[in-house]
Design a protein around this ligand. Structure first.
Ligand code: SAM
Ligand code: 2KA
Ligand code: SF4
Ligand code: MG
Length: 244
């Protein structure tokens, strides 16, 4: 029996696939998606890891059991492990980082920046993705600052911003200006499938491509020359499919 305070709530573990977003795009990666989130973004593409109606799919796992699964998926060869969710920052992941580093693996973590943890300092990459107005969530910048502070030292830190419209773009500019030393990745928003976790729901690929093109126009017009604009590569390849 795993002690409750050390068990990790897991929605899914999958891979290796390629990282589809941001700084590590294209890199072979195993994903650990934790269950549960302190946000509920209007357009979250992973509601099956957020909405408690899906909790019957989530599993409480010990660090060892989780780690065995990652090792099995990667054939024991060190690979990048991406911790996503839900919000992985609300899970006890410090021991997992120790365990994996001993085996030569590297860890990236994706979070909205609402909860800071001391163990952020043990990550290799911290992707902070503050949520723009279209998400209908409000950013607590003090909490966000604490996340940046907690990760000073070892991890590379990047800002990843989802943009649906002008207001989101203005928010992204403001967020980037707050952290002038952090690299910025902009990704066009993709409208959420009507039913969470429905892998067959079609993607509005036209809309994604239009927003991508528009984002490139905005960035070049503003001479925002240190921002990078990237699509969600996995969405282009596989749409809403889970486990890829
Ligand atoms: C599902 S979230 C999980 C990690 C964490 N809760 C967060 O939001 O950063 C992973 C990434 O997907 C992005 N994302 C979620 N829904 C999206 C959508 N509909 N279109 C584009 N990106 C989306 C988030 O902004 C975040 O960068
Ligand atoms: N291939 C792939 N890349 C991703 N990058 C971020 C993802 C996420 O949902 O957190 C994700 C995902 O689910 N799949
Ligand atoms: S913070 Fe991330 S996981 Fe949580 S609802 Fe928003 S996009 Fe989804
Ligand atoms: Mg995703």
């Amino acid at each position: 029996m795993t002690a409750p305070h050390t068990a990790i709530r897991v929605s899914e573990i999958f891979g290796p696939t390629i990282q589809g977003e941001g700084m590590l795009i294209g890199l072979p990666t195993v994903f650990v998606r934790t269950g549960g989130c302190d946000y509920r973004c209007s357009w979250c593409d992973s509601l099956y890891a957020v909405d408690s109606r899906f909790r019957h799919e989530w599993e409480m796992m010990s660090t060892d059991a989780l780690w065995q699964k990652v090792v099995a998926l990667s054939g024991g060869r060190p690979v990048m492990v991406s911790l996503s969710g839900g919000n992985p920052a609300i899970q006890p992941l410090g021991a997992l980082l120790d365990r994996g580093h001993r085996d030569g693996y590297r860890f990236a973590l994706e979070t909205q920046g609402s909860v800071a943890r001391n163990w952020f300092a043990e990550l290799d990459v911290l992707v902070l993705s503050p949520k723009p107005p279209s998400s209908e969530m409000a950013t607590d910048w003090a909490a966000f600052d604490a996340c940046v502070e907690a990760a000073r030292g070892r991890p590379q830190i990047a800002l990843k911003l989802v943009v649906f419209d002008d207001t989101d773009y203005a928010y992204a500019r403001d967020a980037a200006a707050r952290y002038p030393r952090l690299p910025v990745y902009l990704q066009p928003g993709n409208h959420t499938p009507p039913r969470p976790g429905d892998e067959n729901a079609p993607i509005d690929m036209n809309g994604v491509m239009k927003r991508m093109e528009w984002l490139v126009e905005e960035v070049t017009r503003d001479r925002w020359f240190d921002a990078r604009v990237l699509p969600q590569l996995h969405v282009l390849l596989w749409g809403n499919k889970r486990g890829v």
